[in-house]
Design a protein around this ligand. Structure first.
Ligand SMILES: *Cc1c(COP(=O)(O)O)cnc(C)c1O
Length: 460
């Protein structure tokens, strides 16, 4: 069988699945389970819908994997890639070379990110960008004459990528079990109100959750702590929205102990929270920022580290060679696609729309689901949402077998035409920023059906 045989539509889904099972080890996959079930073969996508080889049309409530901010089938991005490939498909940036798309993108990112973030280091994935940050932060403190400041504090359920170092910085216990660098990383609890707030009011909980950082720094010793890293809203960890004021306390603590503050905006960037970046929505002044996903709306891989002036100035003044980079750092095609993507976000007013129209509309449309018998909490922030499933609202009482109800609910949603993700027993939405009110209505109707079907399956 040649590649062309497989690429044409002449094979059956069963045949495609058997090739997948025989030769493809997919990410974050239980291989035995996948082989038993067979993968869904996605054949094409358009607007807010993906289509599979069985003819199913599925509304993409996840924007791919939190990344297709401008929706599918946008010719502006396709044309930008094609024309850049014709002009300069590749050249490296290692040896005192650069290229125009990278210059234009760097200038643009410096303009739209918060003040004080004026330099960009490019990579291909969020994981690589975070690995870059780890090296840069340690190099920075060594240059400052404080080589012992090496520990980076992250949070449980934090997700910063899948390379060993970025996963170690993150707080996903399953990933740590399979390989982690335990040295020089530590973690605190997230400001996860649904689990930890109890009877505290929002301001109390914000101060209390931030004090976990203060305690951790005291344990380790500020002279050993290099940085604190946080997603403004924890995405893969379950759309954990911090209480108002949390990051004010956190930033105060970082300043007090001279600890760099790193905002991982891989999900929250590029309009998802109703500003270019959640740092603007939440009034954050990070020393460094991680960007990926929505940077290119996922059409091609690209990530970036925004380097704040304090770190950049030091590296420029006397850092010597920065021994780090990737063959495709500053790839001209990816940069051209990113520029077209950012231009489209601006031209169509997507950010204002999320802030003033679809974000509030999503919040209002989902809120009534909180009355559903198996829903413990609904939370949204811009175009991000989580619906926490519970065994009983009284308490609330969580499910014993964590994650099982979430998977049931997710599968019902997909069967009813909505791609939604489960994180533990939280149902997650992160739709394209081009989602309309009608798309939101359709989404909520399917979520309700999936909740009813899940409750029925569980005899609740
Ligand atoms: C997805 C994600 C990453 C990792 O990005 P990859 O491109 O998958 O390596 C890092 N940080 C956050 C917040 C993410 O959501």
């Amino acid at each position: 069988m040649t590649p062309d045989d497989i690429l044409t539509d002449n094979l059956s889904t069963r045949e495609w699945q058997s090739i997948d099972a025989a030769h493809h080890m997919a990410p974050f996959t239980d291989y035995a389970e996948l082989r038993a079930q067979g993968s869904r073969i996605i054949t094409h996508a358009d607007g807010h819908y993906i289509f599979d080889s069985e003819g199913n049309r599925i509304l993409d409530g996840m924007a791919g994997l939190w990344c297709v901010n401008v929706g599918y089938g946008r010719n502006e991005l396709v044309d930008a890639a094609a024309s850049q490939m014709r002009q300069l498909p590749y050249y490296n940036n290692f040896f005192k070379t650069s290229n125009q798309p990278v210059l234009a993108l760097s200038k643009k990112l410096a303009d739209i990110t918060p003040d004080g973030l004026n330099n960009v280091f490019y990579a291909n994935s969020g994981s690589e960008a975070n690995d870059t940050i780890i090296r840069m932060v340690r190099h920075f403190w060594a240059l400052e004459g404080k080589p012992d400041k090496r520990v980076i504090i992250g949070r449980d359920y934090g997700y910063h990528g899948s390379t060993i170092m970025s996963a170690s910085m993150g707080g996903m216990s399953g990933m740590h079990e399979q390989a982690a660098n335990e040295a020089d990383f530590d973690h605190i609890r997230p400001p996860y109100g649904f689990l930890y707030q109890g009877n505290q009011d929002e301001a109390e909980f914000a101060a209390n959750a931030a004090s976990w950082l203060e305690d951790k720094i005291a344990d380790i010793g500020a002279d050993r702590v290099a940085a604190f890293v946080a997603e403004p809203i924890q995405g893969a960890g379950g759309v954990i929205v911090p209480p108002a004021g949390y990051f004010d306390h956190i930033q105060g603590i970082c300043r007090k102990h001279d600890i760099l503050f790193i905002a991982d905006e891989v999900i929250t960037g590029f309009g998802r929270t109703g500003q270019w970046f959640a740092s603007q929505t939440m009034n954050l002044a990070p020393d460094m920022m991680t960007l990926a996903k929505g940077l290119t709306s996922g059409y091609v891989p690209m990530s970036a580290v925004m380097v704040g002036d304090r770190v950049a100035d030091r590296l420029i003044a006397d850092g010597g060679e920065f021994y780090h980079g990737f063959t495709y750092s500053g790839h001209p095609v990816a940069a051209a696609v990113a520029l077209a993507n950012l231009a489209l976000i601006e031209r169509e007013g997507m950010i204002d729309r999320v802030r003033n129209d679809t974000g509030p509309y999503l919040a209002a449309a989902l809120a009534p689901l909180a009355d559903h018998p198996i829903v413990g909490e609904v939370r949204t922030f811009g175009m991000l949402a989580a619906i926490e499933l519970v065994q009983s609202k009284d308490g609330p009482v969580m499910f014993d077998n964590v994650g099982a109800a979430g998977v049931i609910c997710r599968d019902h949603a997909i069967a009813n035409g909505l791609m939604m993700r489960a994180v533990r027993d939280g149902m997650i939405l992160s739709p394209p920023l081009t989602y309309s009110r009608e798309d939101i209505d359709e989404t909520v109707a399917i979520v309700r059906k999936a909740l009813d079907a899940t409750a029925a399956d569980l005899n609740l």
